[in-house]
Design a protein around this ligand. Structure first.
Ligand code: ADP
Ligand code: MG
Ligand code: MG
Length: 906
């Protein structure tokens, strides 16, 4: 590894060596602390040890570069100078926090230790300085709780049994004392109580961990630094990174920062806030705080935080005094700072602050997590406010967040008929139903069995992430909108309700009490995460594909940026209309065979079967003639629904034997219609059997054997279009020939099309029917001879499902048996049927486009495989210069966004 140039970056007193752009080196927290310091925002001074040191640490058997000790001491001296205090000094001690900070935020995954430097020797000094003995012992007991947990237990690799971790054990000691003294909250403990508690903690730590709590400030400092580096390799952090796709080699930085104290009494406080509401995107400063509290008290859920202002009030905290009222001067300053920061960063920020004896300090800022509805609203608003550009707006919403807006909600009609059993805070939107489980491991195990579960907890902590991931939704009894559960759920766009105080959870019995009822593990509940309502049992869900003005506005911004066209795969007039509502600009794939499946298809299917089972040309022609009106009707309806827009109509694709009935009664009926006996019928059916039908007699191959079948379909297209034209409409069919591997196949079909076209024009008197004639590219050979094919075809549509199947030689229907091994063993990065394999199949696509466009400059190129709705594949389609992507109606909004993002990024 190259020599590390600089290991420690200083920040404070209006200056900083780093800045917000240096996240890779300083971590998100360090980079933003530096940026805030430079902006003149009041940040307690400190320094950041870089991620390079973390990398070095792991590459060198957990040792530090030799220079580090000197650099840390130098930086610490700089802090001491600004603060006019000394670390470890008996009379005038400086205390620091040791904070983790990875490149991207990993809520609660990494460790932080507060009040470092407090020892038997420095305690009297701090008492004298603060004039508040109670505060000092409160800080001391917190140091012991955090230090023993983070440094002495976790970093030492000790894995205690459930509930036997040192922190839990110390909490029990404290709860016991609270009970004895009749205290509700830890702020009710007296100085004497806390002194007593600290003494008990020391004994307990020694007893459980077999080591003394270190009474040396430097030992504490280095212990903290090492523990932060070690937490990068902790089990929770590793599993979080796996879920979020964060590389293991990024490493974390360590921030050492002067302590400021929110626990110094009634004019001290600590809080967490967002520059806008992260739950709905409203442009209102939003947050929670606690008087006389420190660090994570706000997110821990042990006390109910109060709202910082009117607009942060909810059902749960409406009776608490807001910060605005309680400490108006500090609030005013905080408000001005958040405003300035949002303008500077041009995004919604998540900030941490502490007020020490009425003086405000900023402790963290970062771009805030938000759910889908909030992301969309903020992007639209910020563009209007001219805070961001069109391009930036498109990047502010992820495809998953759009997905979230299109997600199920509880059917409002059913919801009105049910009474909620509980109400909590709406931390993650949408509806969800599932069976109750009470632990993260149970959630994972049940989900593996294909069950839908809702994870119910008192509160969640970072150990629960995998279970939260596996659950449909999360419900907690404690915690506010900034609690761990809310933060994580918001990041994932998962339905979540927190702070549902009326729930009484009994882990041991795996049950909960609510509304006078007992709900047990496995019982169904339904959540409305948008309103925070909990219902017993299963309520019906509906798709939220209703009108949504904000989403429409946002997608229009995307439309102004994207280059790719967006079409849809649809085969019924209803689907076509739906897709048009979502913004589809045409149909990229209409499968004719669809009319033979499902509801209302009996008659058409019977006639198709008759056609298939016919033996002579005459017999077949009779069936075809009978079938014709059905085919025409379906095509006409769809062309009409997509009036003015192109509709790619694919001729019959599947192998014929798929349609041969298996049912004895149906077989008998068909035989009778054809005037043949059962033996003859079975003989004909057997002759259609193929051993590898996916590569058998299908697609254009049928049209070669039975030109009359192609003729009938093409006639249906042209006649439908002609009738629409006569009715004053403007249809635009594109006739597509599937499974082509050679230009001669399509030449043969084009000949039929030309004849039919002339006939239809003559018969209907319509002079011109706007249309195109083209092919699917789904066989590797077709991509290679695309130059020849484009001499005849006016458009290509990549059928990437089959192209992937035949390119890899992977049967789509059989990959379940081996693909998981390929992915888990790292042989393939993912399922190539979900996201285009850009290096291999993508190369075939590129070759096809290049050769095709060489032969025909204005060749229209699109994609109609499942990949057309996958954001990464859409970006690829943009890069290779396709004209459009086509996907299922519900993916259309996501495709519009993905296409815009592709245009911005490339
Ligand atoms: P996380 O990454 O989990 O948010 P932080 O490093 O931000 O962890 O610290 C946890 C809590 O401790 C936060 O509430 C933070 O504001 C508080 N904190 C950290 N450093 C200090 C400090 N120097 N003075 C006061 N509070 C601090
Ligand atoms: Mg933390
Ligand atoms: Mg923090």
């Amino acid at each position: 590894m190259a020599k590390i140039e600089k290991m420690v970056y200083f920040f404070g007193a209006g200056k900083a060596e780093g800045n917000a752009k240096m996240k890779e080196l300083l971590g998100g927290k360090g980079a933003n602390l530096a940026e805030m310091a430079s902006l003149g925002v009041p940040v307690p001074p400190g320094f950041t040890i870089t991620t390079e040191v973390c990398t070095y640490f792991y590459q060198n058997e957990r040792k530090y570069p030799a220079q580090l000790k000197v650099d840390v001491e130098k930086a610490l001296a700089g802090v001491e100078q600004i603060m006019d205090k000394k670390f470890g000094d008996a009379a005038n001690p400086l205390l620091v926090s040791v904070r983790s900070g990875a490149r991207s935020s990993m809520p609660g995954m990494m460790e932080t230790v507060l009040n470092v430097g407090l020892t038997e020797k420095t305690i009297p000094g701090l008492v004298a300085l603060s004039g508040d003995e109670r505060f000092v012992y409160d800080a001391y007991r917190r140091l012991m709780m955090m230090y023993s947990d983070v440094v002495m237990e976790k970093a030492a690799g000790i894995e205690p049994a459930d509930d036997m971790g040192i922190r839990k054990q110390l909490e029990r000691v404290m709860n016991e004392l609270k009970k004895q003294k009749g205290c509700k909250s830890d702020v009710d403990l007296t100085t004497e109580d806390l002194k007593n508690l600290c003494a008990q903690f020391k004994v307990k730590i020694k007893e459980v961990l077999k080591k003394e709590f270190p009474d040396d400030p430097m030992k504490q400092l280095w212990g903290g630094i090492e523990a932060v580096f070690a937490s990068w390799d902790g089990k929770r952090a590793i599993s979080y990174r796996k879920i979020e796709g964060i590389p293991d080699d990024w490493g974390t930085a360590v921030n050492v920062q002067t302590m400021v104290f929110g626990n110094m009494g009634q004019d001290s406080a600590t809080g967490v806030a967002f520059t806008r509401n992260p739950g709905n995107g409203e442009n209102k400063f939003y947050g929670e705080y606690l008087v006389n509290a420190q660090g994570e008290d706000v997110v821990a859920g042990t006390r109910t935080p109060a709202p910082i202002n009117e607009s942060s009030k909810s059902e749960h905290n409406k009776d608490e005094v807001s910060l605005e009222k309680k400490m108006p001067a500090a609030y005013k300053e905080l408000f001005a700072i958040q405003d300035k920061l949002e303008e500077h960063y041009r995004d919604m920020l998540d900030i941490e602050f502490t007020i020490e004896n009425s003086k405000l300090f900023m402790l963290q800022c970062r771009v805030g997590k938000r759910n889908g509805p909030a992301a969309v609203r903020m992007a639209v608003d910020m563009l209007k406010e001219k805070l961001i550009t069109n391009q930036m707006a498109c990047l502010r919403v992820t495809p998953a967040q759009i997905d979230e807006l299109l997600h199920p909600i509880i059917d409002p009609v059913a919801e009105r008929q049910h009474k909620a059993v509980a109400k909590g805070l709406p931390a993650g939107p949408g509806g969800a139903k599932g069976q109750i489980v009470f632990s993260a491991p149970d959630a994972v195990a049940w989900a593996k069995q294909g069950k839908k579960v809702i994870l119910v907890r008192e509160e969640t902590n970072p150990e629960d992430v995998e279970g939260m991931r596996a659950a449909q939704a999360i419900l907690t009894a404690r915690g506010g909108m900034t609690s761990h559960a809310a933060l994580v759920a918001r990041g994932w766009g998962r339905c979540c309700i927190v702070g549902c105080g009326v729930l009484e959870v009994e882990y041991a019995k795996k049950q909960l009490h609510v509304d006078g009822k007992v709900l047990k593990e496995g019982d169904w509940i339904t959540l409305n995460g948008t309103k925070g309502l909990v219902y017993e049992g299963q309520l019906p869900m509906i798709d939220a594909s209703r009108e949504n003005k904000e989403l429409d506005d946002f997608l229009k911004i995307c439309d102004s940026v994207r280059k790719l066209g967006i079409r849809t795969n649809a085969e019924t007039p209803a689907d076509a209309a739906k897709a048009r509502q979502f913004g589809a600009e045409g149909i990229g794939l209409f499968r004719t065979e669809h009319m033979f499946y499902g509801k209302g298809s009996d008659e058409a299917l019977f006639l198709l079967r008759k056609m298939i089972m016919s033996n002579t040309k005459e017999e077949r022609q009779k069936a075809i003639d009978q079938l014709y009106p059905f085919v025409k009707k379906d095509i006409k309806g769809t062309l009409e629904a997509m009036d003015n827009l192109p509709v790619v109509i694919r001729l019959l694709d599947p192998p014929l034997h798929e349609f041969v009935p298996q049912d004895a009664q149906k077989r008998a009926g068909l035989a009778k219609e054809l005037n043949i006996n059962a033996d003859e019928f079975n003989k004909r059916a057997d002759s259609l059997h193929e051993s590898n039908p996916m590569m058998g007699h299908r697609g254009v191959r049928l049209g070669i054997t039975y030109p009359e079948v192609s003729r009938m379909q093409i006639k249906a297209v042209f006649e439908a279009a002609a009738e629409l034209i006569k009715a004053g409409k403007n249809p635009y069919p594109e006739i597509m020939i599937p499974v082509v591997c050679d230009v001669k196949e399509i030449e043969f079909q084009l000949q039929i099309a030309k004849e039919v076209y002339a006939e239809v024009c003559k018969k209907t008197g319509v002079k011109e029917i706007r249309h195109m004639f083209g092919t699917m590219i789904e066989i590797p050979r077709a991509a290679l001879v695309a130059g020849q094919i484009a001499e005849v075809a006016e458009f290509f549509s990549y059928g990437t499902n089959d192209l992937t199947q035949m390119g890899f030689g992977f049967s789509r229907d059989d990959i379940g048996g081996f693909l998981p091994d390929y992915v888990s063993k790292g042989i393939l990065p993912g399922d190539p049927f979900q996201s285009i394999d850009q290096v291999g199949i993508g190369e075939l696509i590129k070759i096809g486009i290049e050769r095709g466009r060489k032969a025909r400059k204005n060749l229209e190129v699109g994609i109609c495989g499942e990949h057309g709705g996958d954001p990464a594949s859409i970006e690829f389609c943009h890069k290779v210069g396709m004209d459009y992507v086509s996907c299922s109606p519900f993916r259309v909004p996501i495709a519009r966004l993905a296409a815009a993002q592709a245009a911005v990024k490339n």
